[in-house]
Design a protein around this ligand. Structure first.
Ligand SMILES: Nc1ncnc2c1ncn2[C@@H]1O[C@H](COP(=O)(O)OP(=O)(O)OP(=O)(O)O)[C@@H](O)[C@H]1O
Length: 339
């Protein structure tokens, strides 16, 4: 278990991490989300005692990192895959780590096998691709067979097979009862991996909740309907008391009612439908909606004067399993409310 209490880090005037209090529990994967510069890496560095908090406290199973007798056996971490001696072979890199932490050499062979690097164990790390470096970093985190694991952007540079592998690895580590804390920018990936979420923006805690509740509370679900008799559809919805708004391409979006109920309503009214589809908000939209105000670095959208700060509220839900960053978005204030 990792417990943060009022954890704060200031760099001069800048508050990188602001009074964070939350607990990362064992047995589940906890995702750590936030826009660029939100303070995720700084928080992880403080957990590992690499940065000293300006205020507050962080404990690993009740102790400060510096008090841990065998740190690698209690917490394994991947913070920066490039932070290794490139001149050493993968095997020797892990062997040095093992020897300086009282871990038997046999464990090096085991973790190399776990991460799929056995065939290149004798190769120097400086020749490794980003993905291979990530795997070596993960091997280092697993070396002490720790109860707590922390990964900063672990899927960086991994190919689809590698991403699939790390997703299953994290889940299986959590199923073994370990504490797994992982940051990522790949929201759709996080939706498939994490059961619990901690979201920060500009160093502050914005959410500490289950994945399901996070999506439910921060995004919108609705049903898209399409009919060749569009005006009559709007009248029927209005008469039935449902709120409908214009969707893209002549569609109508209806809140607060299920697709089967709308299907039955349309059947009763003998209304022809060309589409009746429930739209489920993805984690991307929920995340962007929550953190839109706190995004520090905005991408310009063609027009040098236009700055986008994430999706406006309520927008961009996708049909089952979708995950586009704001694609096809049209926010409620841009739509004409009907009904
Ligand atoms: N050593 C430092 N000196 C001064 N400012 C720093 C230092 N390290 C981090 N910061 C600032 O603290 C803030 C948080 O940075 P941090 O790297 O923790 O964010 P992050 O959420 O990990 O971002 P990213 O997703 O881009 O890696 C940023 O504004 C960053 O510029």
């Amino acid at each position: 278990m990792i417990e943060l209490s009022g954890l704060t880090k200031r760099y001069g005037e800048r508050v990188a991490v602001n009074n964070l209090t939350f607990t990362v529990r064992p047995g589940i994967v906890t995702g750590f989300l936030g826009p660029n510069g939100a303070g995720k890496s700084t928080t992880m560095r403080m957990i590992l005692g690499l940065d000293r908090p300006s205020a507050g406290d962080v404990r690993i199973d009740g102790q400060h990192y510096a008090q841990l007798r065998d740190p690698l056996r209690q917490i394994g971490a991947l913070l920066d895959a490039k932070a290794m001696h490139g001149g050493r072979t993968a095997y020797n890199h892990l062997l040095c780590l093992a020897q300086s932490n009282g871990i038997p050499a046999s464990r090096v062979t085991e973790v190399l096998d776990t991460v799929g690097l056995t065939p290149v164990a004798g190769k120097r790390a400086k020749g490794f691709s980003l993905g291979m470096g990530q795997r070596l970093g993960i091997a280092g985190a697993l070396l002490g067979d720790p109860r707590i694991l922390m990964f900063d952007e672990p899927v960086n540079g991994l190919d689809p097979e590698g991403i699939h592998w790390i997703r299953n690895l994290m889940k299986s580590l959590a199923h073994q009862g370990r504490t797994v804390f992982v940051s990522s920018h790949l929201m759709s990936e996080m939706a498939l991996t994490a059961e619990h979420l901690v979201v920060i923006g500009q160093g502050r805690l914005m959410a500490d909740t289950s994945m399901a509740d996070f999506i439910r509370e921060n995004s919108r679900s609705y049903v898209t309907m399409r009919s060749p008799e569009r005006e009559r559809l709007l009248d029927v919805l209005h008469t039935a008391g449902f709120a409908a708004v214009d969707g893209p391409d002549g569609g109508v979006e209806v809140d607060g009612v299920t697709a089967p109920e709308l299907g039955e309503l349309a059947a009763r009214e003998q209304l022809v439908l060309h589409e009746l589809s429930p739209q489920r908000a993805s984690l991307e939209e929920a995340f962007m909606q929550l953190t839109a105000e706190s995004v520090e670095y905005h991408a310009h959208d063609g027009d040098p004067g236009a700055v986008r700060g994430g999706p406006p509220p309520g927008g961009g839900a996708t049909s089952e399993g979708g995950g586009q960053w704001g694609a096809g978005w049209g926010g409620p204030e841009q739509r004409r409310r009907k009904g």
